[in-house]
Design a protein around this ligand. Structure first.
Ligand code: ADP
Ligand code: MG
Length: 399
C-alpha cells in the first residue's frame, strides 16, 4: 500500500483519534455477527500497547442525524471490553463539554469510545466544523474503518484536513488483500457472484468482465439473466427493469470471451418460508406458482468443476436464500469448495455483507485467503474506484 500506516509513525504518548468500522448487525440489541469488532482489535491493542491514548469512534446503523437509543454503541463497547479484557468507557455523545473533559483526562494506554457518530447529521454531510471538532480531540488520526472508506464523511475524510492521517492495520490488510484482485491476479481468475439483485452490482460486474476469465452467477441475480435469455422464472425474484442491462452484460462477456455461467438447475419453493416444501428442477421448468430459492446440485457440480481451474477466486453474494436452512445447500457447497481451494494455493477472497456472513456462519472464514469486512467498500475497491477514506491518508513518501 502506498499509504502511511500506524507502523510508520511514533504513536507513543500521542493522542489518537481512531476511526473504526464497528457497524455490526444487531437483533434486539444483541450483536449477531461481531466480525467487525474482532477485526478492529489488533489496531486498538497496537496503539494502547505503545502508549498512545485512544479516542475510538464509529457509526452504527442509520440513525439519520438523530439520537436513536436502539443504535447506541453500548453493545459494541461491551463486546469490545470482553475482547480486550478491560472496561471500555463510552461517552453519551460524540461531541460536547463532557467528552472534552473525558478526553483531557486520558493517560497513555487509556481508551475512550465516542457514542455513534451518525447521531449528528454533520457526520454524513462531511461538515468541516464537525470534522474539526472531532480532530480537536487528538493529534493523530488513524483510519481503520475500511468498511466506511467509500464514503467521504467527517470522520473518514473531513478530519484528515486537520490531522496527520495514517492507516490502521485492518485497513492496510484489506487494501493489500483486495489489491491482489486488481494487480496481476494469478490466472485463471474466476468470480462467483450472487445475492439478490443485479441493481447495485452492475458496475462490479462490468469491472470484473475486464479482469476475469469466468463469471459464475447464482442467487436472485441469476433469475434476471435467465429471464433475459427468455426463460420463464415463475414467481422468482426477477428485476424486470434490468433485463436490458443483463443482456448487455452477457453480450459483453461473449465479446470479451469471458465464460459466463448461469444455473442449469434450481431449488424451488412456493414461497420464502422456513417450512416451505422444496423441489429440484431443471432451470427451464420453473412452474408459474414457484420461485427459485437456490442453485441446484447439477449447477454446484458444474461450478465447482470450473472453479477447479482457477488460481484466483473472488466471491460476492450468496447462491440462494441461505438464511433459510432448506435453501442454503448451494451457498454452503460453494463456500466449502472455495475454502478448500485455498489449501491448493489458490487466492480466495470473499467480499460483501451477506456472503461474508455466510462464510462466517459455516465456519470457513479463516480458511479463505481473505474475508473482507468491507461490504460495499470492498465492491467499490474491486471496481477499481478510489476510496475517499483511503485517498485522504498520507502517502508513504509524504514527509
Ligand atoms: P452481499 O451482501 O453478499 O453482497 P446481497 O446483499 O447482494 O449479497 O444479497 C444477499 C441476499 O440475497 C440474501 O439476503 C439472500 O437471501 C438473497 N437471495 C439470494 N438468492 C436469492 C433468490 N434466489 N431469491 C431471492 N433472494 C435471494
Ligand atoms: Mg447484502
Amino acid at each position: 500500500m502506498n499509504k502511511k500506516t500506524v507502523r510508520d509513525v511514533d504513536v507513543g504518548g500521542r493522542r489518537v483519534f481512531l476511526r473504526a468500522d464497528l457497524n455490526v448487525p444487531l437483533d434486539d440489541g444483541r450483536i449477531t455477527d461481531d466480525t467487525r469488532v474482532r477485526a478492529s482489535v489488533p489496531t486498538i491493542v497496537y496503539l494502547l500497547e505503545r502508549g498512545a491514548s485512544v479516542v475510538l469512534a464509529s457509526h452504527l446503523g442509520r440513525p439519520k442525524g438523530k439520537v436513536n437509543d436502539a443504535l447506541r454503541l453500548k453493545p459494541v463497547a461491551d463486546r469490545l471490553s470482553q475482547l480486550l479484557g478491560r472496561p471500555v468507557r463510552l461517552t453519551g455523545d460524540a461531541l460536547g463539554a463532557g467528552v472534552q473533559l473525558a478526553v483531557d483526562k486520558l493517560q497513555p494506554g487509556d481508551l475512550l469510545m465516542l457514542e455513534n457518530l451518525r447521531f449528528h447529521a454533520e457526520e454524513e454531510a462531511n461538515d468541516p466544523g464537525f470534522a474539526k471538532a472531532l480532530a480537536g480531540f487528538a493529534d493523530l488520526y488513524v483510519d481503520d474503518a475500511f468498511g466506511s472508506a467509500h464514503r467521504a464523511h467527517a470522520s473518514t475524510e473531513g478530519i484528515t484536513h486537520y490531522l496527520p492521517a495514517v492507516a490502521g492495520l485492518l485497513l492496510e490488510r484489506e487494501v493489500e488483500a483486495l489489491s491482489r484482485l486488481l494487480k496481476k491476479p494469478a490466472k485463471p481468475f474466476h468470480t462467483v457472484i450472487g445475492g439478490a439483485k443485479i441493481a447495485g452490482k452492475l458496475e462490479v460486474l462490468e469491472a470484473l468482465l475486464n479482469r476475469c476469465q469466468a463469471i459464475l452467477v447464482g442467487g436472485g441475480m441469476a433469475n434476471t439473466f435467465l429471464a433475459a435469455r427468455g426463460l420463464a422464472m415463475g414467481k422468482s425474484l426477477v428485476e424486470t427493469d434490468q433485463l436490458e442491462n443483463a443482456e448487455r452484460i452477457m453480450a459483453e462477456a461473449r465479446r470479451k470471451r469471458v465464460r459466463f455461467m448461469l444455473p442449469t438447475d434450481a431449488v424451488i419453493a412456493p414461497q420464502i418460508h422456513y417450512r416451505a416444501r422444496t423441489e429440484t428442477i431443471p432451470i427451464d421448468a420453473v412452474p408459474k406458482d414457484q420461485m427459485v430459492v437456490d442453485i441446484g446440485p447439477e449447477t454446484v457440480a458444474a461450478y465447482t468443476e470450473h472453479l477447479a481451474k482457477a488460481r484466483t477466486i473472488f466471491w460476492n453474494g450468496p447462491m440462494g436464500v441461505f438464511e433459510i436452512t432448506g435453501f442454503a445447500a448451494g451457498t454452503t457447497a460453494i463456500a466449502r469448495y472455495i475454502a478448500e481451494r485455498t489449501g491448493a494455493g489458490v487466492v480466495t477472497i470473499v467480499g460483501g455483507g451477506d456472503s461474508v456472513a455466510a462464510v462466517e456462519q459455516l465456519g470457513v472464514a479463516d480458511q479463505m485467503t481473505h474475508v473482507s469486512t468491507g461490504g460495499g467498500a470492498s465492491l467499490e475497491f474491486v471496481e477499481g474506484k478510489s476510496l475517499p477514506g483511503v485517498e485522504a491518508l498520507l502517502d508513504r513518501d509524504d514527509p
